[in-house]
Design a protein around this ligand. Structure first.
Ligand SMILES: [Zn+2]
Length: 285
């Protein structure tokens, strides 16, 4: 029906010029033109009546078919900002990237946007994989340019790991903060094969859980050395790595990496992220 209406309105547009002019100068040739246009219009309406619709010419095929992505919200911050998740692919091998859980360490956010841009043009990276991105895990901290959320709680100390310490800075109890609740519920439901959480400024690759080989794989693709920082109390690394046994990398970028252009960020760290995505395949070789 909509198509019928569109087609009908385009017929009217086609007739607009003679309809406007018909009282202005009705000379014989112009009247003939007007009759001709009316005939076309009626024929068009008859065609619509009998066929039900007129399909427009098909669009030319797109040169690049971007990899489809889905986007959804897993929860909201203290100040009700959404925590967005972008998913590409539907395979069984799942890599989860998280950026900016510390709001003032936000170089990972443009880096993940670059990763998304790259993946959308590279179908071959998907295969049997699902790649999941959380570009801003702490949206209030990101907007306020501060480490913690709007309560001033460090979200990366708010997970229910054995080594957690209750405090105002870490939250008076585990999962006191809506952002940490949303992240943990999502991770437990997703059950990723590996997690890469991007921070600044320690310039290294740290890991928790069974992630030593993954750390080796990633360090060989960038200038960040492996350094074991130890499990911080109540951190995502401590909980996901030690309690859930999920390989988790804490990828610490350099202090000033947020000042780099997106191109430069991608040049320095893109291969490292792609190495993490392709890790299972690397192992199989
Ligand atoms: Zn951090």
């Amino acid at each position: 029906m909509v198509q019928t209406m569109i087609a009908y309105s385009s017929l009217n547009r086609f007739n607009a010029l003679p309809m406007m002019n018909r009282h202005a100068d009705n000379t014989l040739p112009q009247r003939a033109i007007i009759r001709y246009h009316y005939r076309i219009r009626w024929l068009g309406l008859l065609a619509l009546f009998f066929t039900g619709c007129v399909r427009p010419d098909p669009l030319p095929p797109a040169i690049i078919t971007p990899v489809p992505r889905t986007e959804h919200i897993i929860g909201y911050s203290v100040q009700t900002r959404p925590i967005k998740v972008i998913t590409l692919g539907s395979g069984e091998d799942i890599t989860l990237f998280i950026a900016t859980i510390h709001g003032n360490e936000w170089a990972g956010t443009p880096l993940l946007n670059e990763l998304l841009r790259y993946l959308r043009g590279h179908n071959e990276m998907l295969g049997d994989r699902k790649i999941v991105l959380i570009p801003v895990a702490n949206p209030d901290g990101y907007m306020l340019s501060q480490r913690g959320n709007a309560h001033g709680v460090d979200l990366n100390r708010n997970f229910p790991a054995d080594n957690r310490i209750d405090s105002r800075r870490h939250g008076l109890q585990a999962l006191s903060e809506p952002e940490a609740q949303a992240l943990l519920a999502f991770i437990e439901q997703l059950q990723p094969d590996r997690i890469i959480s991007i921070h600044q400024p320690l310039a290294c690759i740290d890991y928790d859980g069974p992630a030593e080989a993954l750390a080796q794989c990633m360090t060989s693709a960038c200038d960040l050395p492996i350094r074991k920082l130890g499990a911080y109390p109540g951190s995502l690394g401590a909980y996901a790595g030690e309690e859930l046994n999920i390989p988790i990398i804490t990828m610490e970028l350099h202090r000033n990496d947020h000042t780099l252009s997106r191109d430069e960020l991608w040049r320095r760290y893109g291969p490292c992220l792609l190495a993490a995505i392709a890790f299972e395949e690397t192992l199989a070789k």
